[in-house]
Design a protein around this ligand. Structure first.
Ligand SMILES: [Zn+2]
Length: 98
């Protein structure tokens, strides 16, 4: 199995779908992401791990699409905020209270 960085995945999604994503726009693409998150929730509710795996893929794909049309570098955003410690308590593992 190939390993790819988040940035490479986002670039691949850009090559595949940017023309369609940019035509659909931010609102429509966001709504697709929300739908896919809902489908992930349903798969988890049913404890259907095979279906959940596919929905995880759809969620990250739509998240990458949305990041592409909003000009956000997902990898940079994620690593800037979550750089080996909890952004709230600055500890690893997190020691925030629930
Ligand atoms: Zn914390």
């Amino acid at each position: 199995m190939n390993t790819v960085h988040i940035m490479e995945f986002q670039e691949m999604m850009k090559s595949l779908y940017f023309h369609r994503d940019s035509e659909r726009g931010i609102k429509g693409t966001y709504e697709w992401l929300v739908d896919e998150v809902g489908e992930l929730g349903e798969a988890l509710e049913k404890k259907d791990i095979d279906a959940a795996e596919k929905e995880f893929a759809d969620v990250i794909a739509w998240l990458a699409s949305l990041a592409n049309i909003t000009g956000i570098d997902l990898e940079r955003a994620a690593v800037n905020k979550y750089s080996g410690k909890c952004p709230k308590c600055q500890k690893s593992p997190c020691q925030c209270t629930f």
